[in-house]
Design a protein around this ligand. Structure first.
Ligand code: HEC
Length: 103
């Protein structure tokens, strides 16, 4: 039993380093993106009015943006969107979560 726990403890960090973690991305999104973009990627009416250039993250149009370009928007900002610093997950994780919003 002890050995199993040890193996799991060794595997877990390796797993998080390897693939983008949409779950961690979701937590970061809730903290850093949701206020503007909405929980499901569709901005609330008041936000859409304030930021008319902001697309619906679940839409085919935004989903057509490449991972690299999406990461750039997150790390560098775009138009009225500020760069997202102090993310609680990697930009890859956040992109993985944004992909899960696709309708
Ligand atoms: C202060 C509000 C605000 C926050 C916070 C914010 N965004 Fe944005 N986001 C915008 C606006 C406004 C645009 C449109 C930019 C433009 O003028 O082209 C945008 C654009 C985007 C785009 C490109 C698609 C498009 O509509 O042009 C993506 C992808 C995106 N945001 C993802 C994120 C993610 C992921 C986070 C969190 C890490 C985040 N945003 C945080 C306001 C915000």
């Amino acid at each position: 039993m002890k050995r199993v726990a040890l193996i799991l403890a060794l595997l877990a960090p390796a797993g998080t380093l390897m693939a983008a973690d949409a779950k961690a991305g979701e937590a970061a999104y809730a903290k850093s993106c949701k206020n503007c973009h909405g929980a499901a990627g569709t901005p609330a009416a008041a936000m859409a009015k304030m930021f008319p250039t902001m697309g619906d993250l679940s839409s085919a149009k935004v989903q057509a943006i490449s991972d690299a370009d999406m990461k750039k928007v997150i790390t560098e900002g775009k138009g009225k969107m500020p760069a997202s610093k102090a993310l609680s997950a990697t930009p890859d994780d956040v992109v993985a979560f944004v992909r899960s919003l696709k309708k």
